[in-house]
Write a protein that binds this ligand. Structure first.
Ligand code: AFP
Length: 320
């Protein structure tokens, strides 16, 4: 199945759109279920929440009265989405533990084989401005949380953009799906299977403040600028990484001189995305070690995060 593009994809092969619509599409549940039936069921549950989430987006736009464990003001949507995902994972009967950026602790939800880590709403500051945000998740098989990224069984994300897309990865590949269509509007259909980072990265993006970047980050950013790579920074890791997945390049929320441990949450953001980057042929580093190798010492750890094409990550590391 490697490298397949669904017939609903815009293609360059000259076939008409009517012909394309008639060809059978592969659903997310079928695809992931072919890899592991329980994974198929779990991902179908997760993706099945998207229509409810999209319906609530215009309504739940206000700040909540609470802050998360990182001291950040939560949105009503952060809290609501967290509960929605936790309840769905519990109801699936496939999950034992859940931990999320919004809870700050590990929650026992049943006796299933999976443990799930998630950032229910990644890019919450983009809600107000109607820019890209999404949900990031990582799935462990029979592992207690917190666990090391290298033990992930699968990872993925949803993007609530102009279209709702779903990307999932296992160690053997990264696959993308889009929601909608004439026949099953709520279903996710395969767009591209076995995605690889394009060999020549086009984009770069670096979060934080240039004045606070470490000398290695400043120097490398200068190098990428001189090579005329295009700057893209959108304020949501999931959206920014998704661009790297499709166009190739380098994305970082780096160590800063006043924040050496960076901003991104190891378990909820950096590990799942580094897992996807590696499964697509790329790499992820903290600047001192592979992200997926970082020892799991606490559920609220943060790490400097650099992901993207392997050659760019290696060039960046050669500066240390
Ligand atoms: P949350 O919305 O889950 O808090 O995550 C936001 C985030 O960690 C990441 O998605 C963005 O890339 C980054 O913060 C944006 O940070 P800046 O506001 O400093 O650019």
């Amino acid at each position: 199945m490697e490298g397949r593009k669904n017939s609903r994809t815009t293609s360059r092969d000259g076939t008409s759109s009517t012909e394309k619509r008639r060809a059978p599409s592969v659903s997310l549940a079928q695809h992931a279920g072919g890899f592991d039936p329980d994974l198929g069921r779990l991902l179908e549950r997760v993706a099945g929440l998207a229509p409810r989430i999209r319906k609530e987006l215009p309504i739940r736009r206000d700040p909540a009265t609470t802050r998360n464990v990182y001291g950040e003001q939560q949105l009503e949507l952060d809290v609501w989405m967290n509960d929605l995902f936790v309840d769905a994972l519990r109801d699936s009967k496939l999950v034992a533990q859940v931990a999320s950026e919004e809870m700050g602790h590990v929650k026992e939800v049943g006796r299933g084989r999976f443990s799930v880590v998630l950032d229910p709403l990644d890019g919450s500051s983009n809600v107000k401005s109607n820019n890209i945000f999404g949900t990031i998740f990582g799935i462990f098989d029979r592992k207690a949380l917190p666990a090391r990224g290298t033990d992930l069984f699968a990872a993925g994300y949803l993007i609530y953009g102009p279209a709702t897309t779903f990307v999932y990865a296992t160690r053997t590949g990264v696959h993308e799906f889009v929601q909608g269509g004439d026949v099953h509007p709520d279903e996710f259909a395969l767009i591209e299977e076995g995605i690889r980072l394009p060999p020549k990265g086009k984009l770069y993006g670096i979060g934080g403040h240039r004045d606070k970047w470490t000398p290695e980050v400043k120097a490398f950013a200068g190098e990428l600028e001189r090579e005329l790579m295009n700057l893209r920074y959108g304020g949501s890791f999931v959206g920014d990484f998704n661009q790297i997945l499709h166009y190739g390049g380098f994305f970082a929320y780096p160590a800063q001189v006043d924040k050496p441990a960076g901003k991104y949450r190891l378990h909820f953001e950096s590990n799942p995305i580094a897992f996807i980057a590696e499964a697509a042929g790329g790499a992820g580093t903290t600047g001192t070690e592979r992200i997926l190798d970082v020892a799991a010492t606490g559920i609220d750890q943060t790490v400097p995060t650099y992901v993207g094409n392997r050659d760019l990550i290696e060039r960046f590391l050669s500066r240390f």
